[in-house]
Design a protein. Structure first.
Length: 165
């Protein structure tokens, strides 16, 4: 019976040792799995966040008027859609800005021409609000302001532009 108890005790100790060894192996595998999962999550976040940060920085530069930013359209991931849209936006913004400059220059030449004529010139918008009066007209209004106020008491030559006609 003592022999059986000793043999059983040895068996129990062997099972305990195996259980402890299995616990250590499982714990080590679990820690390795968690580390691999954390590494995978970090790589995934890096793969997602970096392109988003790149496109955000690029869009900020474009809003600052820097339309010569490089746009990577060689990507083969989901971000290519955003980069393609940014490239299209850059092209459209460039064309719009060039057109706005052209119109502004044209308007400046027209304004300079109107400012130099000796005839009274006034331009109003569709609502009848004066948006332009040349120097000749403003000088005429200043000279005749007293007479005009007899009919329109609130008239002011200084506030003529922006007033309703």
């Amino acid at each position: 019976m003592d022999l059986q108890i000793r043999v059983a005790g040895g068996e129990i100790q062997h099972v305990r040792d195996e259980s402890a060894r299995a616990f250590i192996i499982i714990s080590a595998l679990l820690v390795c799995g968690l580390l691999l999962a954390a590494l995978g999550a970090w790589l995934l976040m890096r793969a997602i966040v970096r392109p988003i940060n790149d496109v955000t920085a690029m869009l900020h530069r474009m809003t600052d008027g820097q339309l010569d930013v490089a746009i990577d359209t060689t990507r083969r991931d989901e971000m290519i859609v955003i980069f393609d849209a940014a490239k299209s936006m850059r092209i459209k913004l460039g064309a719009d800005m060039a057109e706005a400059r052209r119109v502004a220059n044209e308007n400046l030449r027209i304004r300079e021409a109107l400012d130099s004529v000796t005839t009274n010139v006034r331009i109003a918008d569709n609502n009848g609000r004066v948006i332009y009066a040349n120097k000749t007209l403003l000088d005429t209004l200043r000279r005749t302001e007293v007479e005009i106020r007899k009919r329109v008491p609130t008239f002011s030559a200084e506030h003529f532009i922006g007033s309703d006609i």
